[in-house]
Design a protein. Structure first.
Length: 277
Protein backbone atom coordinates (compact mmCIF):
# COMPACT_ATOMS: atom_id res chain seq x y z
CA UNK A 1 0.00 0.00 0.00
CA UNK A 2 1.17 3.51 -0.80
CA UNK A 3 2.36 5.52 2.21
CA UNK A 4 1.16 9.10 2.53
CA UNK A 5 4.58 10.18 3.85
CA UNK A 6 6.21 9.00 0.61
CA UNK A 7 3.65 10.79 -1.54
CA UNK A 8 4.08 13.91 0.59
CA UNK A 9 7.79 14.04 -0.25
CA UNK A 10 7.18 13.83 -3.99
CA UNK A 11 4.25 16.27 -4.21
CA UNK A 12 4.64 18.87 -7.00
CA UNK A 13 3.67 21.79 -4.76
CA UNK A 14 4.40 22.86 -1.18
CA UNK A 15 2.65 21.14 1.76
CA UNK A 16 2.94 21.74 5.50
CA UNK A 17 1.86 18.91 7.82
CA UNK A 18 3.08 17.59 11.18
CA UNK A 19 4.89 14.30 10.69
CA UNK A 20 2.82 12.38 13.25
CA UNK A 21 -0.25 12.76 11.01
CA UNK A 22 0.98 10.38 8.33
CA UNK A 23 0.80 7.14 10.31
CA UNK A 24 -2.69 8.06 11.50
CA UNK A 25 -3.84 8.90 7.99
CA UNK A 26 -2.46 5.65 6.59
CA UNK A 27 -4.61 3.75 9.09
CA UNK A 28 -7.90 5.67 8.94
CA UNK A 29 -7.86 6.27 5.18
CA UNK A 30 -6.93 2.76 4.03
CA UNK A 31 -10.59 1.74 3.60
CA UNK A 32 -11.12 4.53 1.04
CA UNK A 33 -8.25 3.73 -1.35
CA UNK A 34 -9.34 3.26 -4.97
CA UNK A 35 -12.95 3.97 -4.01
CA UNK A 36 -15.20 6.59 -5.59
CA UNK A 37 -15.03 9.00 -2.67
CA UNK A 38 -15.30 12.75 -2.19
CA UNK A 39 -12.69 14.46 0.00
CA UNK A 40 -12.83 18.13 0.99
CA UNK A 41 -9.88 19.96 2.51
CA UNK A 42 -10.23 23.39 4.12
CA UNK A 43 -7.08 25.53 3.93
CA UNK A 44 -5.16 24.35 0.88
CA UNK A 45 -2.33 26.89 0.72
CA UNK A 46 -0.26 26.21 -2.39
CA UNK A 47 -2.34 23.14 -3.21
CA UNK A 48 0.27 20.45 -2.63
CA UNK A 49 -2.00 18.42 -0.36
CA UNK A 50 -4.67 18.17 -3.08
CA UNK A 51 -2.15 16.41 -5.32
CA UNK A 52 -1.15 14.20 -2.39
CA UNK A 53 -4.74 13.10 -1.71
CA UNK A 54 -5.41 12.44 -5.38
CA UNK A 55 -2.33 10.24 -5.66
CA UNK A 56 -3.16 8.38 -2.45
CA UNK A 57 -6.86 7.69 -3.01
CA UNK A 58 -6.71 7.09 -6.75
CA UNK A 59 -8.15 8.43 -9.96
CA UNK A 60 -11.76 7.75 -8.96
CA UNK A 61 -11.53 10.14 -6.01
CA UNK A 62 -13.07 13.59 -6.13
CA UNK A 63 -10.79 16.11 -4.42
CA UNK A 64 -12.20 19.53 -3.44
CA UNK A 65 -10.39 22.46 -1.86
CA UNK A 66 -11.70 25.40 0.19
CA UNK A 67 -9.71 28.54 0.91
CA UNK A 68 -10.13 32.23 1.68
CA UNK A 69 -7.43 33.23 -0.80
CA UNK A 70 -8.89 33.84 -4.30
CA UNK A 71 -5.52 32.81 -5.78
CA UNK A 72 -6.39 29.21 -4.89
CA UNK A 73 -8.79 29.18 -7.84
CA UNK A 74 -5.77 28.68 -10.10
CA UNK A 75 -5.60 25.07 -8.88
CA UNK A 76 -8.70 24.31 -10.94
CA UNK A 77 -6.31 24.11 -13.90
CA UNK A 78 -5.16 20.78 -12.42
CA UNK A 79 -8.66 19.29 -12.28
CA UNK A 80 -9.54 20.15 -8.68
CA UNK A 81 -12.77 21.85 -7.60
CA UNK A 82 -11.96 24.99 -5.62
CA UNK A 83 -14.36 27.08 -3.53
CA UNK A 84 -13.50 30.44 -1.99
CA UNK A 85 -15.25 31.20 1.29
CA UNK A 86 -15.17 31.66 5.05
CA UNK A 87 -15.30 28.38 6.98
CA UNK A 88 -16.84 30.12 10.01
CA UNK A 89 -19.85 31.25 7.93
CA UNK A 90 -22.84 28.83 8.07
CA UNK A 91 -24.23 30.33 4.87
CA UNK A 92 -21.03 29.44 3.02
CA UNK A 93 -21.34 25.81 4.14
CA UNK A 94 -25.02 25.67 3.18
CA UNK A 95 -24.27 26.91 -0.34
CA UNK A 96 -21.22 24.67 -0.59
CA UNK A 97 -23.05 21.45 0.26
CA UNK A 98 -26.02 22.40 -1.90
CA UNK A 99 -23.53 22.47 -4.77
CA UNK A 100 -21.30 19.45 -4.07
CA UNK A 101 -23.70 17.15 -2.18
CA UNK A 102 -22.64 14.67 0.48
CA UNK A 103 -18.97 13.84 1.02
CA UNK A 104 -16.91 11.11 2.68
CA UNK A 105 -13.99 12.96 4.26
CA UNK A 106 -13.60 16.51 5.53
CA UNK A 107 -10.12 17.68 6.56
CA UNK A 108 -9.98 21.04 8.32
CA UNK A 109 -6.53 22.56 7.94
CA UNK A 110 -7.91 26.10 7.80
CA UNK A 111 -7.47 28.98 10.22
CA UNK A 112 -7.43 26.81 13.38
CA UNK A 113 -9.40 29.36 15.42
CA UNK A 114 -12.07 28.02 17.77
CA UNK A 115 -15.09 29.24 15.80
CA UNK A 116 -13.58 28.12 12.50
CA UNK A 117 -12.97 24.58 13.71
CA UNK A 118 -16.31 24.27 15.49
CA UNK A 119 -18.25 25.70 12.53
CA UNK A 120 -16.57 23.34 10.06
CA UNK A 121 -17.55 20.39 12.25
CA UNK A 122 -21.13 21.35 13.09
CA UNK A 123 -22.11 22.67 9.66
CA UNK A 124 -20.74 19.53 7.97
CA UNK A 125 -22.04 16.65 10.08
CA UNK A 126 -25.29 16.29 8.15
CA UNK A 127 -23.38 16.09 4.87
CA UNK A 128 -20.92 13.31 5.75
CA UNK A 129 -21.83 9.87 4.43
CA UNK A 130 -22.09 7.06 6.96
CA UNK A 131 -18.68 5.53 7.67
CA UNK A 132 -17.17 8.92 6.80
CA UNK A 133 -14.74 11.11 8.71
CA UNK A 134 -14.29 14.68 9.90
CA UNK A 135 -10.65 15.42 10.71
CA UNK A 136 -9.62 18.60 12.48
CA UNK A 137 -5.90 19.26 12.17
CA UNK A 138 -3.67 21.34 14.45
CA UNK A 139 -5.93 21.10 17.49
CA UNK A 140 -2.97 22.11 19.68
CA UNK A 141 -4.28 25.63 19.05
CA UNK A 142 -6.88 24.85 21.74
CA UNK A 143 -3.99 25.23 24.19
CA UNK A 144 -2.17 28.18 22.59
CA UNK A 145 -2.42 31.74 23.88
CA UNK A 146 -0.02 33.19 21.32
CA UNK A 147 -0.78 34.12 17.70
CA UNK A 148 -4.26 35.33 18.61
CA UNK A 149 -5.73 31.97 19.64
CA UNK A 150 -6.40 33.08 23.26
CA UNK A 151 -6.60 29.54 24.59
CA UNK A 152 -7.00 27.53 26.75
CA UNK A 153 -10.59 28.66 27.25
CA UNK A 154 -14.03 27.17 27.73
CA UNK A 155 -14.71 28.10 24.09
CA UNK A 156 -11.84 26.07 22.63
CA UNK A 157 -12.44 23.36 20.05
CA UNK A 158 -11.22 20.63 22.41
CA UNK A 159 -13.58 21.80 25.14
CA UNK A 160 -16.37 21.65 22.58
CA UNK A 161 -15.38 18.03 21.92
CA UNK A 162 -15.76 17.28 25.64
CA UNK A 163 -19.41 18.24 25.27
CA UNK A 164 -19.67 15.94 22.26
CA UNK A 165 -18.30 13.07 24.38
CA UNK A 166 -21.22 13.61 26.76
CA UNK A 167 -23.58 13.55 23.77
CA UNK A 168 -22.18 10.19 22.63
CA UNK A 169 -22.79 8.74 26.11
CA UNK A 170 -26.46 9.69 25.91
CA UNK A 171 -26.89 6.49 23.94
CA UNK A 172 -26.49 4.63 27.22
CA UNK A 173 -29.92 4.52 28.93
CA UNK A 174 -28.38 4.92 32.39
CA UNK A 175 -27.34 8.48 31.50
CA UNK A 176 -31.06 9.35 31.25
CA UNK A 177 -30.72 12.07 28.63
CA UNK A 178 -32.49 12.29 25.30
CA UNK A 179 -30.42 11.63 22.20
CA UNK A 180 -29.72 14.78 20.22
CA UNK A 181 -28.41 15.68 16.78
CA UNK A 182 -24.83 14.78 17.71
CA UNK A 183 -25.54 11.51 19.53
CA UNK A 184 -27.45 10.33 16.45
CA UNK A 185 -24.59 11.11 14.05
CA UNK A 186 -21.21 10.84 15.83
CA UNK A 187 -20.23 7.22 16.43
CA UNK A 188 -16.87 7.95 18.07
CA UNK A 189 -14.11 10.53 18.50
CA UNK A 190 -10.37 9.79 18.46
CA UNK A 191 -7.82 12.20 19.88
CA UNK A 192 -4.19 12.30 18.80
CA UNK A 193 -1.36 14.78 19.15
CA UNK A 194 -2.73 17.88 17.36
CA UNK A 195 -5.36 15.85 15.50
CA UNK A 196 -9.00 14.97 16.21
CA UNK A 197 -10.84 12.35 14.16
CA UNK A 198 -14.64 12.24 14.30
CA UNK A 199 -16.26 9.09 12.98
CA UNK A 200 -19.70 9.67 11.47
CA UNK A 201 -22.05 6.69 11.23
CA UNK A 202 -25.72 7.12 12.10
CA UNK A 203 -26.39 3.41 11.51
CA UNK A 204 -24.10 2.47 14.39
CA UNK A 205 -25.38 5.21 16.72
CA UNK A 206 -27.87 2.92 18.40
CA UNK A 207 -28.80 3.01 22.07
CA UNK A 208 -26.99 0.37 24.09
CA UNK A 209 -28.75 -2.24 26.21
CA UNK A 210 -27.57 -4.02 29.32
CA UNK A 211 -27.31 -7.78 28.80
CA UNK A 212 -25.98 -10.73 30.82
CA UNK A 213 -25.18 -14.32 30.04
CA UNK A 214 -27.44 -17.22 31.02
CA UNK A 215 -25.76 -17.82 34.37
CA UNK A 216 -27.71 -16.61 37.40
CA UNK A 217 -26.10 -13.95 39.56
CA UNK A 218 -25.41 -15.60 42.89
CA UNK A 219 -27.43 -14.34 45.81
CA UNK A 220 -24.21 -13.80 47.75
CA UNK A 221 -22.99 -11.23 45.24
CA UNK A 222 -22.60 -7.81 46.91
CA UNK A 223 -21.82 -4.55 45.16
CA UNK A 224 -18.79 -3.18 47.03
CA UNK A 225 -18.13 -0.11 44.92
CA UNK A 226 -19.38 2.25 47.66
CA UNK A 227 -18.11 0.19 50.60
CA UNK A 228 -14.53 1.46 50.80
CA UNK A 229 -14.91 4.05 53.53
CA UNK A 230 -17.28 1.85 55.51
CA UNK A 231 -14.81 -1.06 55.49
CA UNK A 232 -12.02 1.25 56.66
CA UNK A 233 -14.23 2.50 59.45
CA UNK A 234 -15.08 -0.97 60.79
CA UNK A 235 -11.90 -1.11 62.85
CA UNK A 236 -13.38 1.69 64.96
CA UNK A 237 -16.58 -0.29 65.50
CA UNK A 238 -15.26 -3.86 65.47
CA UNK A 239 -17.24 -4.85 68.57
CA UNK A 240 -20.53 -3.82 67.07
CA UNK A 241 -22.59 -6.55 65.46
CA UNK A 242 -22.89 -6.36 61.70
CA UNK A 243 -26.65 -6.64 61.97
CA UNK A 244 -27.11 -4.07 64.69
CA UNK A 245 -29.06 -0.88 64.08
CA UNK A 246 -25.99 1.15 65.01
CA UNK A 247 -23.91 -0.63 62.38
CA UNK A 248 -26.51 0.02 59.70
CA UNK A 249 -26.62 3.70 60.62
CA UNK A 250 -22.80 3.89 60.46
CA UNK A 251 -22.87 2.25 57.03
CA UNK A 252 -25.31 4.89 55.78
CA UNK A 253 -23.23 7.72 57.20
CA UNK A 254 -20.02 6.51 55.64
CA UNK A 255 -21.72 6.03 52.28
CA UNK A 256 -22.97 9.59 52.11
CA UNK A 257 -20.78 11.54 54.49
CA UNK A 258 -19.74 14.97 53.19
CA UNK A 259 -16.30 14.65 54.76
CA UNK A 260 -15.46 11.55 52.75
CA UNK A 261 -16.89 13.07 49.61
CA UNK A 262 -14.55 16.02 50.08
CA UNK A 263 -11.67 13.64 50.71
CA UNK A 264 -12.38 11.84 47.42
CA UNK A 265 -12.42 15.14 45.53
CA UNK A 266 -9.14 16.14 47.18
CA UNK A 267 -7.48 12.93 46.02
CA UNK A 268 -8.89 13.29 42.48
CA UNK A 269 -7.62 16.86 42.37
CA UNK A 270 -4.13 15.56 43.15
CA UNK A 271 -4.38 13.22 40.17
CA UNK A 272 -5.59 16.09 37.99
CA UNK A 273 -2.65 18.23 39.10
CA UNK A 274 -0.30 15.52 37.85
CA UNK A 275 -1.59 16.17 34.33
CA UNK A 276 -0.52 19.81 34.65
CA UNK A 277 3.10 19.08 35.55
Amino acid sequence: MKKIADIFKSAPKSIIKFDNYFEIYDRIFSKFINKKITLVEVGIGFGGSLFMWKSFFGEDSRIIGIDLNPEAKKLEEHGFEIFIGDQSDPKFWENFYNHVGKIDILIDDGGHRNLQQISSLVESINYINDNGLIIIEDTHTSFMRKKGFKNPSKYSFINYCVRLIENIHRRNPLVEKENNFFSKKIYSIEFFNSLTVINIDSKRCQNSSSIKNDLDIKNWFTDYRHEGYYIKSKKFFSRISNNSLFNRVIRKIFHRNLFFSMHEKYRIKKYINKTKE
